[in-house]
Design a protein around this ligand. Structure first.
Ligand SMILES: Cc1cc2nc3c(=O)[nH]c(=O)nc-3n(C[C@H](O)[C@H](O)[C@H](O)COP(=O)(O)O)c2cc1C
Length: 182
């Protein structure tokens, strides 16, 4: 059982990337986490697609999603919605339309997010639902994983040090894996 995790932040000190990294050792037995990346994905441009096709970096991420049993999106919240860089990546990943069923159709997806504020990316996660529905994913609704006040739950090395959040993440991952197996 393999889960592909993608963080929607490009910055080195990202709380969301730190949350994704923390998931690896917290996966249930028999399941492993592979970390994918949106780094290097250009802005979507239909002219580029028509002239050059799908960029290699997008094709590579598409293959990783196809080979995984589930997809974990760890999303920041920008202006009460999803970050443009992650939406742009998903837009590229949804091209050409003939591949949507293969990449996203029926694919188990779980959402997580971390924010320094008090609402833990809830509006970003809500905003993703319309996109995930459009792509035909099998999104998991059995749990919620929102990390608020992220500045206080990771140490300077980006390790998730808050025991309560660690336990929540572990439970959330176990629930998602059980959903995939079920
Ligand atoms: C353009 C922009 C808009 C933001 N809007 C929100 C927001 O609506 N809600 C929120 O909780 N945080 C917001 N933030 C703060 C982010 O949650 C914060 O920068 C967070 O650290 C980003 O995730 P990262 O640490 O993984 O990079 C915003 C940040 C930026 C740059």
């Amino acid at each position: 059982m393999k889960i592909l995790g993608i963080s929607g932040s490009l910055r080195k000190g990202s709380f969301n990337t730190a949350l994704l990294r923390a998931c690896g050792p917290l996966m249930p037995q028999g399941a492993e986490l592979e970390i994918g990346s949106i780094a290097g994905i250009p802005l979507y441009d239909g002219d580029v697609e028509a002239a050059q096709g799908i960029p290699a970096v997008v094709e590579s991420l598409k293959r990783k999603i196809i080979q995984a049993d589930g997809l974990l999106l760890v999303t920041p919240e920008y202006n009460n919605s999803m970050p443009g860089v992650l939406k742009n990546a998903v837009d590229w990943l949804s091209r050409p339309p003939a591949d949507i069923a293969k990449v996203f159709g029926g694919r188990p997806v779980a959402l997580m997010g971390a924010s320094p504020g008090g609402f833990g990316t809830i509006l970003s996660q809500n905003a993703w639902l319309a996109v995930l529905r459009t792509l035909g994913t099998r999104t998991w609704f059995g749990g919620k994983m929102m990390v608020s006040r992220a500045g206080g739950v990771f140490n300077e090395g980006g390790e998730l040090t808050d025991a309560t959040i660690r336990a929540q993440v572990q439970k959330y991952l176990a629930g998602f894996v059980a959903f995939i197996q079920g």
